[in-house]
Design a protein around this ligand. Structure first.
Ligand SMILES: Cc1cc2nc3c(=O)[nH]c(=O)nc-3n(C[C@H](O)[C@H](O)[C@H](O)COP(=O)(O)OP(=O)(O)OC[C@H]3O[C@@H](n4cnc5c(N)ncnc54)[C@H](O)[C@@H]3O)c2cc1C
Length: 430
């Protein structure tokens, strides 16, 4: 088979975007995707932050199958039966939008179509079985019994990235760095969603990040409004799922049983269920992104920004793919696809706004390890709010007194609270 300039493994946001930019620059590109359709194998909450997409696909929302422009973001602490919520809503959502909800089964085919229109060949329904290596250099891939030689291979196969492991190009994951995402798509009438989530129109939507009520597993939940469905799920650390002795679907059921969640999904029909691993994020997880004859982009490079309030994998994937494409175009000009020839990838990625955001929140990751944040504080905060808002026969308490009494009740020492405040401050505030 003729040699392509670039073979791309995976037609997720990273693979499709790399293909689009490289084909537009005139390189010969083939994308191999194991799903029968791009997006058919992908699991994601489906909230995309628009900025980087808009840079690459200007005004994409006019054509792309986005569900709703997200106008409201809330963070909700789920106590046993109560909730404490903090919300933000833009009452005049207009271009350039901040975020959209998408369904990957619709959105990924659109991204792949952009790559095809730019001249890339997209081959769904084929799995890349292994990388072809010669003298430690990647020279192509094996897929469907054939060998496809390439000057450079873009590894954009998502979070499991078996190819890198098989080729000895990455070490094994530590389970403590891996979470599992369990997701349902729940159908409800469009107007019910618009009313229930207080959206002004069916073009507008809301995003909820929820903390607590995950059956003893560390992590959080999400509910995002699509046009006539909700994307609902939990992302919880795999080792804590194991320790909780619960099945992933039991954790999701517990989350759904909270009265606040139950009310939002009331009357809905589950039309899709899926689960997939996702990395916890953090710079220490990022492997070598460049080698002789290959680059690694998106989730395959464990790129993710999670600061508890936002989980950003899809825009990070696209930013890394754009940086990789730029490096490959430069390598083509020099006809040097060695690690040295492709080395500008990391520099281009570091110059992106997405990377700078990852740096800003680099201290947020220890928060994801903090058990009190997930299992104690949601309930404690709700109890303190109860003290503030309830009128009882017993004398009322001022805030500090309520806090001290509730800390005692929830077995939290002043030292632990101070430590956690510093951690939260360093992670997301200061
Ligand atoms: C439950 C959950 C919720 C999430 N919520 C959000 C969210 O709301 N917002 C957000 O930004 N991020 C979210 N993420 C993270 C986000 O989904 C990923 O970061 C993003 O999809 C990464 O894009 P990618 O292109 O790198 O990889 P992927 O989207 O995983 O795409 C990889 C592609 O490669 C294909 N592939 C894999 N192996 C092979 C092979 N051997 N041969 C051929 N093809 C192959 C796959 O089928 C897939 O299409 C969530 C993740 C999970 C699990």
């Amino acid at each position: 088979m003729d040699e392509f300039d670039v073979v791309i493994v995976g037609a997720g946001p990273a693979g499709a975007t790399a293909a689009y930019l490289l084909a537009k620059a005139g390189l010969s590109v083939v994308v191999i995707e194991r799903g029968q359709e791009p997006g058919s194998k992908n699991v994601s909450g489906g909230l995309i932050y628009a900025q980087i997409y808009d840079e690459i696909y200007p005004n994409f929302w006019e054509e792309a199958p986005v569900e709703r422009a997200i106008a409201g973001h809330s963070i909700v602490f789920l106590g046993d039966t109560a909730v404490t919520a903090m919300g933000y809503r833009d009452e005049a959502t207009a271009p350039p939008y901040n975020a959209f909800s998408v369904l990957r089964a619709r959105f990924d085919p659109w991204l792949a179509a952009q790559a095809e229109e730019a001249g890339a060949m997209v081959m769904p329904g084929f799995t890349v079985d292994e990388l072809v290596m010669e003298d430690g250099r990647v020279t192509g891939v094996k897929a469907g019994g054939d060998e496809l030689p390439a000057k450079v291979v873009v590894i954009a196969e998502g979070t499991r990235s078996q190819l890198l492991k098989q080729a000895g190009l990455r070490e094994d994951y530590d389970p403590k760095d891996v979470s599992i995402g369990i997701k349902e798509v729940i159908q409800l009438p469009e107007q019910t969603i618009t009313d229930r989530f207080q959206c002004l129109t069916a073009d507008e939507g809301a995003a909820y990040t929820l903390v607590g009520h995950t059956a003893g597993a560390e992590g959080g939940g999400f509910i995002y409004t699509n046009r006539d469905t909700l994307s609902l799920g939990v992302v919880v650390k795999i080792d804590s799922v194991y320790k909780s002795k619960r099945h992933p679907h039991e954790i999701l059921d517990e989350f759904k049983s909270h009265p606040f969640v139950a009310r939002l999904i009331n009357g809905g029909e589950v039309v899709e269920y899926s689960a997939q691993t996702v990395h916890r994020g953090g710079f220490h997880l990022i492997p070598k992104m460049v080698g002789d004859g290959y680059v690694v982009a998106g989730s395959a490079a464990r790129l993710l920004l999670n600061n508890v309030m936002t989980l950003r994998g899809m825009d990070v994937a696209v930013a890394s793919a754009a940086a990789a494409a730029q490096a490959i175009i430069e390598a083509k000009e020099k006809d040097d696809f060695s690690a040295a020839g492709l080395a500008s990838y990391e520099r281009h990625f570091q110059a992106t706004s997405v990377y700078k955001d990852m740096q800003t929140f680099k201290n947020a990751y220890p928060l994801l390890e903090n058990k009190r944040l997930f299992h104690v504080y949601p309930d404690m905060v709700c109890d303190i709010m109860d003290d503030m808002f309830s009128v009882r026969a017993q004398p009322a308490k001022k805030g500090y007194r309520a806090l001290r009494d509730r800390m005692k009740e929830h077995d939290v020492s002043l030292w632990e609270l101070a430590k956690d405040m510093v951690q939260i401050g360093k992670g997301i505030a200061i």
